[in-house]
Design a protein around this ligand. Sequence first.
Ligand code: UDP
Length: 194
Amino acid sequence: MSRVNVLGMTFDNYTMAEFVDRLGRRLAKQEGTFIVTANPEIVMYAREHPEYQKLVDEADFVTADGIGVVKGAAMLGTPLKERVTGYDLMEKLLALAATEHYPVYFIGAKPGIADQAAAKARQRFAGLDIVGTHDGYFPLGDAGVTQQMIAAKPALVFAAMGYPRQEEFIAGMRRHLPDALFMGVGGSFDVLSG
Ligand code: UDP
């Protein structure tokens, strides 16, 4: 089964390798992409917040970030192939961006953290081109942030602001960067920067 429903949320049923392959092909074609990595908290939150579920429904891919989702799918008789966490997928996409020379933007976390995360990522992934960073504390829709990001022309945008804010941000920003891949990565910059 290519898509699996768990408590109202529809997950794409790919292994990590299949996912990365699929996303790599979309990046090569500059096909705008929105990825949600949903853990059980996100599934429950979406059930109680239809406006958030609507944002998730607009995403191109929803991955199972959390063993609870994988177990839930198995119990429902529609197993998912593999858990695909946001952090792991971000690392794979950074590696791909480095080899293919795709420009990357980091937005989210407390002031200074995205910069530190970017520095660590550049060390780890030789040739990685991070074209801009911004903290995650600004009013959504802020014109200055929008202009900065448009000017930076990223191919990949990682938004580390936790849910629902990162998905709200992506839903608004996508139309300004229609060719880019967007992904919400929760607390990943805090991890990567440390
Ligand atoms: N954050 C942010 N802007 C906000 C609120 C939170 O950038 O307005 C950041 C926060 O600094 C942290 C991340 O979002 O780096 C949230 O991490 P958390 O682990 O809570 O997110 P989850 O992975 O649970 O979605």
